[in-house]
Design a binder for this molecule. Structure first.
Ligand code: NCD
Length: 349
């Protein structure tokens, strides 16, 4: 597949993604669920689907590295990004992904649109539907908003973060980044540190990573761990999160970790009383160079952004040699291209 794409690049021709499909069809393994039209969370994904997204992202990364980053794959399709919450990376990467694939991309944000005038999500959605959107990428403060759109619209819906619930495209790009360094996810020791309670990123990563066989440790003060995870049963055989450990001691969580994944404190969602002070939090749970030494010497440092340097992560770690935070951003475009392609292409193999 890569060879075919290389030849095309040499000819200056566009990516024929059907090559990806043909090559994949000769192998039994990765496949996207036939008929999947939405990406809402990873809890309904299979490992084969995740592998298929990775496989397509490899091909998309090649397109991104071309001198002329443009292929006609989604020509004539309209992608609307509807973001009613702040975003830099996710929104821009969906826009870039759509544009590289030649889709028409229209960005709608909460401020400056009729959402500000009190329009309901339902009415906004009907308006977008009337404009014949093929794919709607939504970020919304309310958990479940993308599911609501998926129920009521004909368009494909991609969840770009809903409340505290899910952020599947972030988890896919995170796993893709880990896999590109270690060549596997199975057996990797991933420590996710920070505001687990309010983090949609942690939740989607938890589904994805455990499905792909990674061993996850969630580390936070007790007040930032979901109460149902504090009962000590996540690590038990038969539990859906049998590979998940809960840890309130950062040193223990980092011990031998292959990936140290720091999370921002989601102050915009937290109610008062979770932490005595930011200073104390950072002293106890901030990822410093000294603490990073407890992890595997080749450990990756990751963060979904935006970072609050000096709080959950020290600047020297965030920009240090183990950090792959910018790689996450670049991989985010490839993963979103792969997903836009998959949901918009009705015949998949
Ligand atoms: C995350 C989000 O919005 O959930 N950021 C992102 O998408 N890159 C995490 C965060 O805001 O801290």
């Amino acid at each position: 597949m890569i060879q075919a794409n290389r030849t095309e690049r040499a000819n200056g021709a566009s990516l024929d993604v059907s090559d990806t499909r043909r090559a994949a069809s000769t192998r039994p393994a990765p496949t996207f669920a036939p008929g999947r039209r939405h990406v809402l969370d990873l809890d309904d994904f299979s490992a084969r689907e995740v592998e298929k997204v990775f496989q397509n992202a490899d091909a998309m990364r090649e397109v991104m590295n071309r001198e002329i980053k443009k292929v006609p794959t989604l020509r004539g399709k309209t992608v609307i990004t509807l973001f009613t919450e702040a975003s830099t990376r996710t929104r821009v990467s969906f826009e870039q992904a759509g544009k590289i694939l030649s889709a028409d991309v229209i960005n709608v944000s909460g401020s400056g649109s009729s959402v500000e005038k009190g329009e309901s999500l339902y009415n906004t959605a009907l308006t977008l539907q009337a404009m014949n959107a093929d794919i709607i990428v939504i970020r919304h403060a309310h958990s479940g908003a993308p599911y609501f759109l998926a129920r009521h619209l004909d368009a494909c819906v991609i969840n770009a973060g809903d409340g505290t619930h899910a952020h599947p495209t972030q988890a896919l790009l995170d796993m893709y980044t880990m896999r590109s360094h270690f060549g596997r996810l199975d057996g990797l020791k991933v420590a996710i540190v920070g505001d687990i309670l309010y983090s949609r990123v942690a939740r989607s990563n938890l589904w994805g990573l455990t499905m792909m066989g990674a061993n996850v440790t969630l580390c936070a003060p007790k007040t930032l761990i979901p109460p149902d995870m504090l009962n000590g049963r996540t690590g038990e055989d038969g539990h859906p999160f049998a590979n998940v450990k809960i840890e309130t001691d950062l040193e223990r969580a980092l011990d031998g970790a292959d990936v140290v994944y720091a999370l921002r404190l989601q102050m915009e969602r937290q109610q008062a009383g979770h932490l005595p002070s930011l200073r104390e939090y950072s002293k106890t749970y901030g990822i410093s160079a000294e603490r990073l030494r407890l992890a595997n010497p080749n450990a990756l440092v990751m963060h979904p952004g935006p970072m609050n340097e000096g709080v959950e992560i020290d600047s020297e770690v965030a920009h240090g040699s183990r950090s792959v935070i910018e790689e996450q951003v670049a991989n985010g475009v490839a993963i979103r291209m792969a997903l836009l392609y998959e949901v918009a292409t009705p015949m998949r193999g």
